[in-house]
Write a protein that binds this ligand. Structure first.
Ligand code: OFO
Length: 169
């Protein structure tokens, strides 16, 4: 059975993962308006990943005998000025999520919840990958600057990203 403190921490993180899904959906809309369909695809994969992250925790809480109560999801931003601006926001967001996953692990350690620690290891590794992926695109956008041809080449590259349903836990 999951302890109360751990359950609360997971519910809070489910909300943050769903917010991430919503934020990337807002970014997907931003790129769709610019007709950058490779970026749209990249965001679409991100949306699906965030949904999977939320559902992984959702299922885990239930599996451990906890109760999932959903809260409202905050309104995501939509005021970015450029693709570079968007990816700076993505990296900042993923760094924030990493700090929240680490905080979840702190609760698991505090409450000596070994099952939660094992489960959370997957998310710790996933955040390393998330930050590396985003950092890669951001670095390319910084190099690209105002070069439209290079931006379209990157758009083509991002069109090849595919979603692979993760096996969480
Ligand atoms: Fe769920 O990792 Fe991004 O936010």
């Amino acid at each position: 059975m999951i302890n109360e403190k751990m359950e609360k921490a997971f519910l809070d993180q489910i909300n943050k993962e769903l917010y991430s899904e919503y934020l990337y959906l807002s970014m997907k809309a931003y790129f769709a308006n610019l007709n950058l369909m490779g970026f749209v695809n990249w965001m679409d994969v991100q949306v699906q990943e965030e949904h999977a992250h939320a559902m992984g925790m959702f299922d885990y809480v239930i599996e451990r005998g906890g109760k999932v109560i959903l809260e409202a999801i905050d309104k995501p931003d939509n005021t970015w000025q450029s693709p570079l601006d968007v990816f700076r926001a993505v990296l900042a967001h993923e760094e924030y999520v990493t700090s929240r996953i680490n905080a979840l692990m702190d609760v698991a350690e505090e409450t000596k919840d070994r099952a939660a620690m094992t489960f959370l290891n997957w998310y710790i590794k996933e955040q390393v990958e998330e930050e590396a992926n985003v950092g890669g695109v951001l670095a390319q956008l910084e190099l690209i600057g105002d070069d439209k041809t290079a931006l379209f080449a990157l758009d083509k590259e991002l069109a090849t990203r595919t979603f692979v349903a993760p096996v969480i836990g």
